[in-house]
Design a protein around this ligand. Structure first.
Ligand code: ZN
Length: 654
């Protein structure tokens, strides 16, 4: 591992806190050092309080901030003298410690200080860097791990046994360093947890971390473990989309709620003895995202999930000492023999976190196997972290992130207008959404939001639609909600003038594409969570106008498709409803030319034409999107076969 410290870049930062943020971001750049919150840093400085008095401050990483992107405001300023006194207390519960840490803050608006703040306070150097480096932790997770670590690092590194993070850990370090000659100590390694380096200079502290981690990496290289493949077959067998959806359905059934999932090939799935994935995580904090162990599947989804749940319950019963509530018993990662692996999470962001953690777990397990056998901490130690009072308290505070969390939606015609507004609405309600459109910009929407995937697709091509469903299920594990919206409003033409091509084009987009999409979605919807379909129809079905025969006939056909689908799909619990918007002028369908032409057809001004409804209302894409959300959500679970007008009231259709 190389230092990426850049003296030119560093010269831009003048205060100790700016420098702290800079080298923290350097650590955050490497996923082998810190991954999704696993690691923290601090700097000690003197500042003035409101009375003009000097105050010794520890700026420590605030919770919820990531080292990869952290800025000065991501650090919490705490009174160093208070923290040192807390660290010297004989006993303190972690709940009390967190309360005291919050009260020691100099800025009540700053983020809550890291749970490892006391440990940073007692290390007598200006800069303290802490990572959960893969290589160091992986070596310690082997049968001779502790001895190997001591051998690799010698006398100059203080190596401590695993302790639970929080007050107990800071107490352990406090006691172990009472007589320590800090000047000759290069670093502290906490077995099964991570590394601390420190110095009065930011660059030196950072580069000491790089040096410590490089030593572990060099050891793995000289042992031949670094690139080891353990005989895994890299070309793991792939898995059909329907099998992916079936596995996800079984997991949701067990959880009693929806989770999104992702399938990928994983070399670990082809190893002879999958039980190595049942020996525990790289560091105990992974348990909060991934649960302690993987579920091993042989393809009997329901039985395999039931066995995992029973084993989890037994693990809970074995380890709990009363007063705790068992968490749900569904797995968060699954190794499927010779197929690959799944991860499961509540939304796209967490799915990415879990995927990344499992990528690193998979690599560390292979290193551990090479060094004599992967050996994580005992299940009791993992359990104590999973059911840590601070984590239990967090669960109680957890706000729901939306009523569609854990569900997967597919919206056609998503690049603009009603489709785009619907994607926005469903994302804001917590769903993972695939937006499909023939317009390429659909792939660039929502700025990398991990709960969104844009797919460019010609929906009038049934093979392309098949592949769209395959992509959807591989990316998010399922399909629960289909919003069939793609449409085109053809130029005005009387029946007498209408060309064959004009007729066919409208039928292809406004009718055929909806049929393809529904047909290909049904097998997945049958495995979906609270599955629902919404068709975007039109006021024209009941109240057509002259010059739009190809559009009105296609939309009328769509209504019949929806009615038959309602009957055919009800036995599978799939609800089918339609919305019939009119005069939604903020959509791509309504170009200025079309608007002027349609207004002229009725001898109206454009403004009068826009508000030609009973309420004289302006109707927006957002109004339609909101109604679609209500139809697919929990509040309308008894409604199927519904047709809802969103037109401000029309005398011809009421
Ligand atoms: Zn840590």
């Amino acid at each position: 591992m190389e230092s990426v410290f850049d003296t030119t870049e560093a010269s831009k930062y003048t205060t100790p806190l700016e420098m702290r943020a800079y080298t923290s971001r350097l650590l955050g750049q490497s996923e082998d050092l810190v991954l999704h919150g696993g690691g923290n840093t601090s700097v000690k400085a003197t500042t003035k309080d409101i009375f003009g008095d000097d105050v010794e401050v520890l700026y420590v990483k605030g919770s919820g901030h990531d080292l990869k992107t952290i800025r000065e405001n991501g650090f919490s300023p705490t009174r160093l003298d208070v923290l040192k006194r807390l660290a010297a207390l004989p006993e303190l519960s972690d709940i009390d410690m967190m309360r005291e840490l919050k009260m020691s803050q100099l800025d009540p608006a700053a983020p809550a200080p890291s749970v490892e703040a006391l440990l940073h306070a007692i290390i007598p150097f200006r800069y303290v860097d802490h990572t959960h480096a893969d290589s160091v932790v992986a070596i310690s997770n082997t049968p001779n791990g502790p001895d190997l670590i001591r051998e690799i690092y010698g006398e100059k590194v203080l190596v401590l046994d695993y302790e639970m993070p929080g007050f107990i850990l800071s107490k352990q370090v406090h006691q172990a360093t009472q007589d320590l000659d800090w000047a000759s100590c290069e670093a502290i390694i906490l077995l099964h947890h991570g590394v601390f380096t420190f110095n009065d200079d930011a660059q030196t502290s950072y580069e000491k971390m790089i040096a410590i981690v490089s030593k572990a990496e060099d050891f793995l290289k000289t042992q031949g473990a670094w690139d080891c493949s353990l005989g895994f077959d890299a070309d793991a067998v792939q898995c059909a989309a329907i099998e992916i959806a079936a596995m996800r359905a079984a997991v949701c059934q067990q959880k009693g709620g929806p989770l999104v999932g992702r399938f990928s090939a994983d070399k670990l799935s082809t190893v002879e003895s999958l039980e190595i994935a049942e020996r525990g995580p790289v560091t105990p904090d992974h348990v909060l995202h991934c649960k302690r162990i993987a579920m091993i599947s042989t393809g009997n989804h329901v039985e395999d999930v039931a066995k995992y749940a029973a084993d989890y319950k037994a693990y809970f019963d074995r380890n709990q000492e009363g007063g705790l509530t068992c968490l749900d018993q569904a797995p968060r990662w699954v190794l499927w023999a010779n197929k690959g692996r799944f991860v499961f999470g509540p939304n796209g962001k967490r799915l990415r976190v879990i995927s990344d953690l499992i990528d690193h777990t998979s690599k560390c397990i292979q290193w551990g196997e090479f060094l004599g056998g992967w050996k994580a901490l005992s299940e009791k130690e993992i359990f104590d972290l999973e059911y840590w009072e601070l984590e239990q308290a967090k669960l109680k505070r957890k706000k729901a992130t939306g009523s569609l969390e854990g569900q997967v939606a597919l919206v056609s015609g998503a690049a603009s207008g009603i489709g785009l507004a619907t994607v926005e609405e469903l994302l804001s309600q917590g769903a993972c959404v695939v937006g499909a459109d023939i317009v390429p910009s659909v792939t660039e929407l929502f700025d990398g939001n991990p709960s969104y995937l844009g797919v460019q697709c010609d929906l009038t091509d049934s093979d392309a639609v098949k592949s769209l469903l395959d992509t959807t299920v591989r990316h998010f594990g399922a399909l629960d909600i289909l919003v069939s919206n793609a449409g085109v409003f053809p130029p005005s033409a009387s029946i007498e003038e209408l060309s064959d091509d004009g007729w066919r084009r409208s039928m292809a987009v406004n009718l055929d594409s909806h049929f393809y999409l529904l047909r290909e979605s049904i097998p997945f919807l049958k495995l979906g969570w609270n599955p629902a379909v919404v068709f975007v129809g039109s006021k024209n079905i009941k109240a057509p106008g002259p010059g739009v025969a190809s559009y009105s006939v296609a939309k009328a056909g769509l209504q019949q498709l929806a009615r038959v689908a309602t009957m055919e799909l009800a036995p599978s619990g799939i609800r089918v409803n339609s919305v019939h918007p009119d005069a939604v002028f903020d959509t791509g369908v309504w170009t200025d030319d079309i608007l002027t032409a349609r207004a002229a057809k009725y001898n109206m001004s454009v403004d009068a034409y826009k508000k030609r409804n009973l309420l004289k209302a302006t109707i927006t894409s957002k109004d339609v999107a909101r109604t679609i959300y209500l139809l697919v959500g929990k509040d309308m679970q008894a409604t199927t076969g519904g047709h809802v007008s969103i037109d401000g009231g029309n005398a011809r259709t009421v």
